[in-house]
Design a protein around this ligand. Structure first.
Ligand code: A2P
Length: 271
């Protein structure tokens, strides 16, 4: 039985979440239904994915009580002001057809159209607004995504409140050590998006050899690696069998194999 993660402010997050980035309308609905049937209780979406309405409909149609499912969505990366943050949260709640989200993340520290731009003031404005919305009960946990330590520190300095979660691109060979160490030291849960490198490392022969030792697929090895490293994986799939497979990851990887996998930095480009 996989153990929940717990944020520093006491919220339990189910250990494997269904990722929905690039899940198209219709496919996304089916994926969420299959995931909930398989036992997932954690669904990750974003305003920018354009599929919040499918996620919400699938949750309602499952008839599983809303409070038993952990739902994450995200403030679009270009929205860096109070009015915009309030409007987008309201729109996401409407799309999802829910009264609150379990986790709301600033999608990125800068707009996708201007990666690396210094948006410190805007991030602080968005962060303050999210904390206010949390106090009103519209958000249970507040967090960030794609943030470096240098993006997180100003939020703490301005408000005294640390993000509960940082969701980053994380997989075997791409473990963002500076960011993960910072999060660990500060009690921030690290969520791993693209834990399969969006599929790019699944045909890797080296990983296949390690996976074989655990009677696992490469995908299962990659997901179990995240869990063994203390990060929370969000594998995306719209395929029923794969969705089921991706939850069967409750195995311990030996310290020797973890050390070996840790040494595969950059593996994504070795194809
Ligand atoms: P599909 O949705 O058709 O199953 P990531 O989570 O790193 O973003 O990776 C997602 C990619 O990996 C998608 O292309 C997805 O395809 C594929 N995928 C997800 N789970 C598995 C699995 N168990 N085996 C093989 N491919 C998978």
């Amino acid at each position: 039985m996989l153990k929940d993660f717990v944020t520093y402010d006491g919220f339990a997050i189910p250990a494997v979440g269904l990722g929905t980035w690039q899940s198209k309308i219709g496919d996304c609905y089916n994926a969420v239904r299959w995931a909930l049937d398989a036992g997932y209780r954690h669904i990750d979406t974003a305003y920018d994915y354009g599929n919040e309405s499918d996620v919400g409909r699938a949750i309602r149609d499952s008839r599983i009580p809303r409070e038993q499912i952990f739902v994450t969505t995200k403030l679009p990366s270009h929205v860096k002001d109070e009015v915009g943050a309030k409007a987008h949260l309201a729109q996401s709640l409407h799309n999802l057809g829910t009264e609150y989200v379990d986790l709301y993340l600033i999608h990125a520290p800068w707009p996708w159209s201007d990666v690396g731009k210094d948006c410190t003031e805007g991030n602080i404005a968005a962060w303050k607004t999210m904390l206010e919305m949390q106090s009103r009960g519209l958000i249970r946990c507040c967090g960030v995504s794609n943030f470096l330590p240098s993006d997180i520190r100003p939020l703490l300095a301005a408000t005294g409140t640390m993000p509960a979660v940082n969701q980053i691109r994380y997989f075997v060979g791409n473990t963002q050590r500076e960011t993960t160490s910072f999060c660990e030291e500060n009690g921030i849960v690290v969520e791993a998006y693209s834990p399969l490198a969006t599929g790019n490392i699944l045909d890797n022969r080296v990983l296949a050899e390690v996976a074989e030792r655990y009677n696992a697929t490469v995908a299962q090895l990659c997901i179990a690696y995240c869990l063994n490293k203390g990060t929370l994986p969000l594998p995306k799939s719209v395929n029923k069998e794969r969705i089921e497979q991706n939850l069967a990851v409750d195995f311990v990887i030996s310290p020797e194999d973890i050390a070996y996998l840790d040494g595969l930095e950059g593996i994504e480009s070795h194809r």
